[in-house]
Design a binder for this molecule. Sequence first.
Ligand SMILES: C[S@@+](CC[C@H](N)C(=O)[O-])C[C@H]1O[C@@H](n2cnc3c(N)ncnc32)[C@H](O)[C@@H]1O
Length: 241
Amino acid sequence: MKISKRLGGIDAMVINRYQHIWDCCCDHGQLGMRLLERDAAEQIHFVDKVPVIMESLERRLTHRFGEHNDQWQLYTIDVFTLPIDNYALEQSHLIIIAGVGGELSLQIVQKLLKSYPQHRLDFILCPLRHQYNLRKGLAQLSLTLIDEELLKEQKWYYEIIHVANNNALLGTGESRRLDRPIVATGSLLWENSNALHQAYLGQIIGHYQRSLLRLEIESVLHRQVQTVLSEYYQILNELEE
Ligand SMILES: C[S@@+](CC[C@H](N)C(=O)[O-])C[C@H]1O[C@@H](n2cnc3c(N)ncnc32)[C@H](O)[C@@H]1O
């Protein structure tokens, strides 16, 4: 099945085998289908709140993977109500949230961690905007960074962020391979940087510079944007060294 470069980038970030992968806000379900096709988890769960989308997806899944295939499940629900508690605490979950805004992505992660603090939840996030605020919010939760990647498809840049809830492992004797803090501007994102990273950073800096011009000098928002901008300038200095 041919999928977009963005969805392919998310698929490639799923390296460890999970018991459950949740393709949240799945719409066409292409990502979940790719994961199902390559047997990336014991169960792939497709979640979207729009009934007509899920009816059409159910027909496609039944056609391709069979009606009685217990490796996939559909949920026509709000993603805030994901039924993770249908499964035992020790089962591993990867929750993928792509193609929605960064603020909504953060609210979903906050809600799921609050509802299921002891479940083993990893997240892959690929928001449409507000990556800085998303990461800043993630850093305030009990999450650590597994991986990050930048890619460009047509004229759009996408950040893919893979994080883990390490609190769930407390007392289990298990530890993570990587235990990096989450940095609001991104950290692993800029490793091995090339022209793509430079161009993206230029675009981000240009965006915040234009925002500053629209804000009242000395206002709280102006100071906040200046802080964000200075953090991105720091990245620029490091890339140029
Ligand atoms: C642009 S599509 C993203 C599709 C796919 N994830 C991707 O990245 O290509 C956004 C989907 O999110 C769904 N959605 C938005 N908010 C949701 C929520 N709170 N619960 C479940 N689905 C939601 C919409 O119905 C829509 O189908």
